[in-house]
Design a protein around this ligand. Sequence first.
Ligand code: TEU
Length: 531
Amino acid sequence: MSDWWKMACVYQIYPRSFMDSDGDGIGDIQGIIQKLDYLKTLGIDIIWLSPIYDSPNDDNGYDIRNYYKIMQEFGTMEDFNYLLNEIHKRGLKLMMDLVVNHTSDEHEWFQKYEDFYYWREKPNNWKSVFSGPAWEYDEERRQYYLHIFSKKQPDLNWENPKLRQSVYEMMRWWLDKGVDGFRMDVINFISKDPALPDGPDGDGSPYFMNGPRIHEFLREMNQEVLSNYDCITVGEMPGASPEDAKTYTNPENRELNMIFTFEHMDLDGGPNGKWDLKKLNLVDLKENLEKWQHALHQVGWNSLYWNNHDQPRIVSRFGDDGDYRVESAKMLATCLHMMQGTPYIYQGEEIGMTNVAFKSLEKYQDIETLNMYKEKIAEGWSHDQIMKAIHTKGRDNARTPMQWSNEENGGFTTGDPWIDVNPNYEKINANEALQDSNSIFYYYQSLIDLRKRYNIITKGDFKLIHREHPDVFAYERSSEGEKLVVYCNFSENVHTFALPDGEILIHNYDQLESCEQLNLRPWEAVVFYQT
Ligand code: TEU
């Protein structure tokens, strides 16, 4: 099977917030169908759809109640079949979100099969990612069950071969329908240390991340399911290192095509995690991405992302969402898209959507945020301190509705949106972008097109230059006599360098300030191509 996915660009849709067709304030499948031509215009190849399966929505669909049924708010299986057909008619592909580390506690398996889950008389000391203990006492069974995430997301016991076969059967069902692959939710959590030992200070991750049988399980999944289809797979892997990724993504191992790393997304968090706010040190970011480029070059494959439904919006996080929003959004896109790997664009990133700072906690919907608020108050944090952390890192920053137009609710819904629309929709929306040849949208369109036209972007090696520069991320790509030289100014300071040779491939300003030297203006990005 070909490596078609190495030249491809993926667009992630968070269906709840993408487009509402029936006015109930919740995005749906018919709404996605209405926007397929918009995605085709952007030039993306694959759509990653966050979960659309039946769910009580304790974690917005990442708590699945029935893998074979579409969530009622999103539509019907007929709607899905029509969506898949319309995607394929446009020459696009569909990657579903596979959530099989856990199910909803309302899944029939949880009701019927005790040995599909982890039940213990006595819990260990693990804490949940969503605050509190990772064990919940069940009065009926008079035992505790494990849930690394919410108490309505019990972890599946992958030691049980029957469970594994039930998962593989479900995967085949979707692949036989014609879906083109899977994004696999926390897939490196599925193998736990069978002893479930206490973790340091309640941190169980040494015993559930990249566990003892993870490669065995992934190879079995590949052998039993994936190898029988021409499909794309990406594993979401918090806590995976470049060394781990070499094993996970080396095609000789027949596991996955690529993984999502979290290392670069953890660099602006302190020792106590994401809510422990810390200013990004650009040198840390440069050296981390360099490490991943080098580790997987000619060994495995990288995914390239800044955004998804769990991360704050990158233009607010590492760019400037004020005066230089357009320049910095384009700069960030350039920095990522000129690297080796498959780029992922999250809905709204292509129009420079920003974080939102709701004044009241009541406006927030995310279980992680709401549980964290209670936990931090109990730890003595002030309300303002917590709200600052939420405004900076909360997942709802990415989950405000897609901004389609300057109409009410950004054209997302004619009803009351399930979560407030970012009030800046009047200025920042897809309609505006499509009418402005200088928009971030058309800049993304160019980046996606360049990847298809210049093999060096897919094949070239990576060399960091000006390593210690505190504001500028610069690197070279080389392959068979061709070279790219990429300069990205991650600041509003001006910095001067020797002017590289070659033609300008893409640039987020109209022209260079000087033809004698490279004067990088605020948030300026420019790529030189040499042959
Ligand atoms: O996220 C895995 C994960 O670790 C996230 O919880 C992430 O670390 C955290 O959100 C950062 O704030 C996946 C899904 O992407 C996420 O939406 C789900 O909540 C989670 O798994 C459970 O399914």
